[in-house]
Write a new protein. Structure first.
Length: 115
């Protein structure tokens, strides 16, 4: 299992920015495709972005394309999500995980965007 700790969430006004971090345990981090997901109140968890093991390829949900950027630092076992031009509909608990795995979820980090 890979243990995951998300951080960096908070309350921000619409149009603002936040940078989320996800620290992962284990020596195999650099071999994993990592993903960011989010879950808004009353909704199912949804895909936000994913990044290849090398960091060279990233994919985004249409709802965040052009506003969010995913990156990683394999030396620090950390993946990041830079969020800009935030909208109230981005309000959710954000999670990272090994993409396509059944790895347990971390506690997530709350992002609240006020209008």
């Amino acid at each position: 299992q890979v243990q995951l700790v998300e951080s960096g969430g908070g309350l921000v006004q619409a149009g603002g920015s936040l940078r989320l971090s996800c620290a992962a345990s284990g020596r195999a981090f650099s071999t994993y495709v990592m993903g960011w997901f989010r879950q808004a109140p009353g909704k199912e968890r949804e895909f936000v972005a994913r990044i290849s093991w090398s960091g060279g390829i990233a994919y985004y949900a249409d709802s965040v394309k052009g506003r969010f950027t995913v990156s990683r630092d394999n030396a620090k076992n950390t993946v990041y999500l830079q969020m800009s031009s935030l909208k109230p509909e981005d309000t959710a608990v954000y999670y990272c995980n090994v993409y396509g795995s059944h790895n347990p979820w971390g506690q997530g980090t709350q992002v609240t965007v006020s209008s």
